[in-house]
Ligand binder design. Structure first.
Ligand SMILES: Nc1nc2c(ncn2[C@@H]2O[C@H](COP(=O)(O)OP(=O)(O)OP(=O)(O)O)[C@@H](O)[C@H]2O)c(=O)[nH]1
Ligand SMILES: [Mg+2]
Length: 300
């Protein structure tokens, strides 16, 4: 089982290690700020967030009389941490909690659901899965396999059937069997597929009719390899459904972990979990301190 620190190895080696080196020696000058800004942007932190960060560092350097680059390292660590929204507890404390999972094709939705199910089962919850990706029979089969692996029931429907009715059936099954959590898988879609986006809204509406305040959490799964493009995708999903948090899948293979900073700063969304590999246990609850340590390395 890999943790956040290890999963950020590529991100750390690619860009953030260079940032730490840049702040390794010498006095701060105009070039330091320019190089820092360029490296942050290269590190998929996003232009807006990178500019904000550099501005905050400049202000602090000037107000605190910092002139040695090495003394900026600690300030950088603090400001990276401050960019991440303070996590509130997950909103799942209900007799029947419903989680809706959305995202583009192949982002890692179904795999993340398998891992999430194991995570919540360990926490003592009784989970039912809804295979509301009725687009492809293979997609439902994939979730059924995860259900068997983790040992929870999976409710499916006919191929090409209405995904909302699968969500509806899963909630009914959960109510009848005294389960306390339903996780709904959906078909991957692009924001340009308006009918599919409308379908998501419908699933959300049907769930809301069956269970008060549901879906209690709606997680958008982003592939960590998409970097800043993932943010543009996210914006479109936010227009269709009430996304409450991000699952950042495939962080282990990505050098673009810096995108987490702009997810928090530009979208105002918390990253809740990160995918750290392909196995059932490869899911880490997001932790701000571990994340910043993972970016900068243990020496900072
Ligand atoms: N290394 C790594 N691979 C992952 C992770 N999460 C998912 N994958 C892989 O990514 C691929 C796609 O994952 P799926 O879970 O099928 O993605 P999906 O979003 O359900 O895809 P569609 O249903 O087709 O939209 C699979 O090969 C997974 O094994 C992760 O955290 N790390
Ligand atoms: Mg899937």
């Amino acid at each position: 089982m890999k943790g956040i620190f290890e999963s950020l190895r590529k991100t750390r080696n690619a860009i953030f290690g260079q940032i730490v080196n840049l702040l390794g020696a010498g006095d701060i000058n105009a070039e330091t700020w320019e190089d820092l800004e360029a490296l942050l942007i290269q590190g998929d932190v996003g232009v807006e967030t990178s500019l904000t960060l550099v501005e905050r560092l400049r202000k602090r350097a000037s107000s605190e009389g910092i002139y040695r680059a090495v003394d900026l390292q600690k300030v950088l660590r603090e400001e990276l941490y401050a960019l991440l929204p303070e996590p509130k507890p997950l909103n799942l404390d209900y007799p029947l909690a419903v989680i809706l999972i959305v995202g583009v094709n192949g982002s890692g939705k179904t795999t993340s659901i398998g891992k999430l199910t194991a995570y919540f089962k360990r926490a003592g919850r009784k989970v039912v899965l809804a295979a509301a990706d009725t687009f492809r029979a293979a997609a439902m089969d994939q979730l059924v396999i995860w259900g068997q692996r983790v040992g929870v029931p999976v409710i499916t429907g006919p191929e090409g059937g209405d995904p909302s009715s699968v969500a509806y059936d899963a909630i009914q099954h959960a109510q009848a069997h005294k389960a306390d959590m339903v996780i709904v898988d959906t078909a991957g879609r692009l924001h340009t597929q308006h009918n599919l986006m409308a379908e998501l809204e419908k699933i959300q509406r049907v769930i809301a009719k069956r269970v008060a305040w549901a879906p209690h959490e709606t997680f958008l799964v982003l592939d960590a390899n998409t970097g800043q493009n993932g943010l543009a995708q996210a914006q479109q999903f936010l227009n269709a459904v009430k996304v409450s948090g991000i699952i950042l899948a495939k962080l282990d293979g990505s050098a673009k972990g810096g995108m987490v900073l702009s997810i928090g700063h530009q979208l105002g969304l918390p990253v809740r979990f990160v995918g750290t590999g392909e196995h059932v246990e490869d899911l880490a609850l997001f932790d701000r301190q571990a994340f910043v340590a993972g970016l900068l390395g243990k020496g900072v």
